[in-house]
Write a protein that binds this ligand. Sequence first.
Ligand SMILES: *[C@@H]1O[C@H](CO)[C@@H](O)[C@H](O)[C@H]1NC(C)=O
Ligand SMILES: *[C@@H]1O[C@H](CO)[C@@H](O)[C@H](O)[C@H]1NC(C)=O
Ligand SMILES: *[C@@H]1O[C@H](CO)[C@@H](O)[C@H](O)[C@H]1NC(C)=O
Ligand SMILES: *[C@@H]1O[C@H](CO)[C@@H](O)[C@H](O)[C@H]1NC(C)=O
Ligand SMILES: *[C@@H]1O[C@H](CO)[C@@H](O)[C@H](O)[C@H]1NC(C)=O
Length: 685
Amino acid sequence: MRLSPSMKPLGAGGFLACLLPLALCASWTATPFTPPSVPLAVRSPYLSAWLPQGTGTALNAAWPTFWTGSTLGWAGYVAVDGQAYVFLGAPGGVTGADQAFTATQSVFVLTAGAIDLTVTFLSPVEPTDLVKQSLPFSYLALSAAANDGKAHSVQVYTDISAEWVSGDNSLAVNWTTTTGSVLTHQVQLQQQNLYAEASDHIQQGAAYYSTTSSPSATFQTGRDVTVRQQFVTSKKLANTQDTAFRAVSDNWPVFAFAHDLGSTTTPTAPVVFTVGHVRDPAIQYIIAGGALQARSLYFWSQYATVAAAISSFIADYGNALTRAQQFDSNIHSAASKISSDYADIVYLSVRQTLGATELTVSKAPTGQWNTSDVLMFMKEISSDGNVNTVDVVFPSWPAFLYTNPALGKYLLLPLFEYQATGQYPNKWSVHDMGASYPKALGHNDESGNMLIMALSYTQKSGDTSLIDAYFGLLDQWTQFLISEALIPANQISTDDFAGSLANQTNLAIKGIVGIRAMAEIASLAGDTARSQNYSSIAASYVQQWQELALSSDGSHLTLAYGNSTSWGLAYNLYADKLLGLNLFPQSIYTTQAAWYTTVATPFGVPLDTRHTYTKSDWQIVTAAMLQSTSTATRDLLVSGVHAFASAAISSNTEPLGDWYETSGGATEGFRARPVVGGHLALLTI
Ligand SMILES: *[C@@H]1O[C@H](CO)[C@@H](O)[C@H](O)[C@H]1NC(C)=O
Ligand SMILES: *[C@@H]1O[C@H](CO)[C@@H](O)[C@H](O)[C@H]1NC(C)=O
Ligand SMILES: *[C@@H]1O[C@H](CO)[C@@H](O)[C@H](O)[C@H]1NC(C)=O
Ligand SMILES: *[C@@H]1O[C@H](CO)[C@@H](O)[C@H](O)[C@H]1NC(C)=O
Ligand SMILES: *[C@@H]1O[C@H](CO)[C@@H](O)[C@H](O)[C@H]1NC(C)=O
């Protein structure tokens, strides 16, 4: 899927026109489509850089943004035979860019005079390597090739601003540059504030911008216009450091590198830069007795210093790219078995899901890293800052089941451990681990989700440790479901923005599946009597539910019992298929598959009859549940989500949203949330 220069559909002539005003540059290609925002460096809640798109925006026509939409200064120039062109950011000057994205990479090819510059943003996805997955760094690689067969002198330049370390540009920062085999600029807030956020940026730790040293590499720190002009004029930097520490926006200090690629005709070996944001400790976590534990990113168990982690990460670029291409190729071929629309959606969803998470480790009392104690934390992102929210973990769950179920276990463990300490008073499961990331301090519904996730983890991994350790809690939540599931009280559900409602058909499904899931768990634990009891309760509930849940003419499931004009996405039936239970009769699936074709819009099927908006994650989950019933309905749902993701309308500039309007495809405001992990649901059945 990488766009190679030879695949470029426009000739050099077309790109040369793009050195003139932007208006002439409207015709680059975006593969597979123009998403609302292109992921550039997306690895953690605090390393999250995007290029807003709307109807399509070139890499050098806008500043990258943090997921919230605030600017992240990230600039790049390429000089060709003495003439400088902007390739990244909006410091002035314009060329055009072809762009393409995969699950792990966003690749731009820009023509600057007689050379084509390939700009690769690689955010590794390393689900089976805890050290690599936990490294909060991302790559930028540049390679130049002549487009006229002649030799040209090429230099490249790039910088970041201090916007990478704060949500408040009036705060003071300081910085240092270290030289050696790797050149690294480090910048941080002078006033460090442990575990605190400002506008969703962490106010702790430092940003790191690095490149490999060489005789032709130069660096400089200083005022933005000064440092950039230095390159534009001299094609190299002064190897000087500005030590007048000041606020982020006070004469905008930038942290820059340049490389002289010499004279080139054939494509150059990539020049590699890495950008990262590291803090330590990373997460504050509540343990038994209400004590608070400081947890670190997992990579610390391998590297003693940030410098050692960066050296290893930068040296690994070639291998990381090979692994990324393999990952992209594997997931693309699996998703393409559903459809090409589906493969596109999956590509756009992977980095975003994992980029909301962090893998952590604790220290034993001896000071040694305890690598048996691995916990993963997820920030809800944009809807609020809750930690490991069960109704956000649950929709994202397919991404973990597919890429590595163990990550799912690390994500569930904080919830199980916390409730096992007895600090949570209710007989049902907790909703989240705390109101504001990165403080996982506990909080006060989600029993069915926990049972479904615990059993699906166990089935996919073959590891019974979770259900063995927490059998008591799982059984406790089942009692709650046995008393409450069939006739759900007036309550909000996962889709809390849609309002509360009594007797929700879809909520009842989840509770009933939860009871039956516990029957399976009991069976795996050898408790046959309990298993048979819960199995028969679940079967009896399904019988009663059918009487309550269908519309009077039998054409569809209702949204709420007894209201025949209501309907909705009954996505909780996905769990029946995922767990292989076959608890609900096939007739229900056949009915729903037919019904959705009668209510679909070009942007898919509304979430329910209360509103015209919908959820992308629940549509794909519904597509997965109908996969074996109707490929036509499956494809209809997938194409609705694809239409939204690729709508390229001016109002959609935010990292992919999951909540959108079916009339017109505008996003409803949620953005960059890990729930798009639910887009991998069709890969889990
Ligand atoms: C920068 O600020 C940090 C945090 O206050 C401090 O630890 C560090 O010593 C400062 N560095 C310099 C070079 O002043
Ligand atoms: C390491 O973590 C595991 C899992 O939480 C725990 O059971 C064990 O006691 C810890 N070991 C030490 C030495 O703290
Ligand atoms: C929920 O459905 C049950 C069964 O039909 C009914 O008895 C009850 O009144 C309904 N509750 C509400 C609040 O409508
Ligand atoms: C089945 O489980 C329910 C709920 O825990 C319990 O009330 C009932 O006594 C159990 N029945 C048998 C036969 O164990
Ligand atoms: C039935 O559902 C429709 C569509 O959601 C709604 O407009 C109507 O108010 C509901 N009727 C009752 C009695 O709740």
